[in-house]
Design a protein around this ligand. Sequence first.
Ligand SMILES: *Cc1c(COP(=O)(O)O)cnc(C)c1O
Length: 313
Amino acid sequence: MTDALWTPLADVPPFPAAGFAPLADALARVLRTKNDLLLVQAEAAVALEAVAQSLGRPGLRALVLVSSLYGRWFAGWLRRAGAHVRELAAPPGQPMAAPEVAKALASERFDLVFVVHAENAYGILNPLEDIAALVKAQGALLVVDAVASVGGHALDVDALGADLVVIGPQKALGGQAGVSAVAVSAAAWERVAPPGEAPSVLSLADLRAGWLETGRKALPGTPSALEFHALAQTLAQVEREGLSALQERHASAARAARAGALVLTGQAWVAPEQASNLVTAVALPEGISAAQVLDVAGPGMRFRPGSDRGASG
Ligand SMILES: *Cc1c(COP(=O)(O)O)cnc(C)c1O
């Protein structure tokens, strides 16, 4: 009886303070970046909000590329902070077209551009390299939501010149959602709001003061040992498999899913190079509705009303 009730979760060994910096370094290797790597003790949506909260201010001009609700959220957080925000929406369920981005950038000066790399919710991959080149040519900061793509698609942060990149372990890396990370470039630091009167979980400057500037010895607050043990296991597993092998595993599963969908429906949702390796979107043939497919698939497949956040991984 007592055996059945025993749980190791109640007595988790502490996570050593010296262990945080190696985790940050491993995440930086995954992102191929020499930029500062901040650990955020919350799910990735919080890290995204922290980026918006730390950069948004009156006078900031932002172009937010919207290919799912994450862009809409980022735009909302920036507006709440007083920024001027222009939203550029991709056609529903489709990737952002680089020429549309070029047009927007030519029509107005922006300090910052936000884009999601790959979409978990809609099964598409945005043309990040093309968009990054356009944004860099303008001298604007590039913010990339790579939460769904990291581990599932090639991502070279320094080659892209991406200034703020948000990731989480819980999608293609196969980890838990309790810790996320932000890579911050030197140019981005120049635009980050200074620490406020009281510490804030949404302040990148507080993370810099409490973590980078104290020699990365201990994280501020009381880190959850369980989450950091899980992150360490996830990153060890990624290093054992190898990042390119992991990416190829997701890519080959996606190729197989697309090939199967093509046989069933006779048409592809998007071209293969526009498809996410995380989720495969399927174009339904004439006469079959999404509701009918969901009825056959069973109740567990239905999204909750009002939510298009999708299932993880
Ligand atoms: C999942 C996801 C997030 C946020 O992750 P949470 O687990 O909800 O914090 C952000 N952006 C994209 C593109 C995602 O797929």
